[in-house]
Design a protein around this ligand. Structure first.
Ligand SMILES: [Zn+2]
Length: 237
């Protein structure tokens, strides 16, 4: 059946040859999902030969496209109380009812009214981080303490509850209990194949490498200039 389409199975591995440089080719391998016993494995996706999967979090705005009305400021003059009071987060201007999304995956630790913060949601994230959402008009249906949320999951709606002069979302991030500036955060990082699945991954990679090695390649078109690709730096989450 040379050249004829037989059937589409699935894409298991890809080798990429940079077109304009003599940099080495890059292979990535599909891996993940659950194993036969239903044990969770590495997150399904593409991994390089070292078992690394870069991802972009980049979700620093719980209300999409909202303008920043007030930044994190430890020495702010409070607009209602007229005293110097730290602004422990970022205010996003948005109308009542605008959707508010979880900034990262985590577990809901608080849902309810909390004084100056008004209606509040708090979510605990990996690494001792937590995010706080204040002045909400209402909560997403089914939101409760203990609920696991995914990044970009709808959690609530903008409001003007608590000590505010107008509708907006107050968004705070705590690291180890201390408020930090959410806009300085970098959520990008890299997933790594867990140690327990490392042998599985290496076996799969070896098998796929053998298949890739067997695929005949067209001769390289001419000589390409000597350039080296800058190595990608991944930041740990
Ligand atoms: Zn605020």
């Amino acid at each position: 059946m040379d050249g004829a389409f037989v059937r589409w199975v699935s894409l298991e591995a890809v080798e990429y040859f940079p077109a304009t440089s003599s940099a080495p080719s890059v292979r990535v391998y599909s891996f993940g999902d659950v194993d036969d016993s239903g044990e969770p494995r590495a997150r399904r996706g593409w991994y390089d030969a070292k078992g690394r999967q870069p991802y972009r979090g980049g979700w620093r705005t719980p209300v999409p496209l909202a303008r920043i009305a007030s930044r994190f400021n430890p020495h702010r003059m409070h607009p209602v109380l007229h005293v110097v009071m730290p602004h422990n987060g970022v205010d996003f201007a948005a109308p009542v009812g605008a959707r508010v999304y979880a900034t990262a995956a985590g577990v809901v630790t608080s849902v309810g009214f909390d004084g100056p913060c008004g209606n509040k949601v708090e979510i605990a994230h990996a690494g001792g981080m937590s995010s706080v959402y204040c002045h909400l008009s209402r909560f997403a249906a089914g939101l409760h303490v203990g609920l696991h949320v995914e990044p970009r999951q709808l959690i609530a709606y903008v409001g003007q509850t608590g000590r505010v002069t107008g509708p907006h979302l107050h968004f705070g991030i705590r690291r180890g209990g201390t408020f930090i500036d959410p806009l300085t955060l970098r959520f990008d990082g890299v997933n790594v194949v867990p140690r327990a699945q490392r042998d599985d991954f290496d076996r799969r990679r070896a098998a796929l490498d053998a298949e890739l090695d067997d695929i005949p390649l067209p001769a390289a078109a001419g000589s390409s200039p000597e350039t080296t690709e800058p190595e990608t730096i991944y930041e740990e989450p």
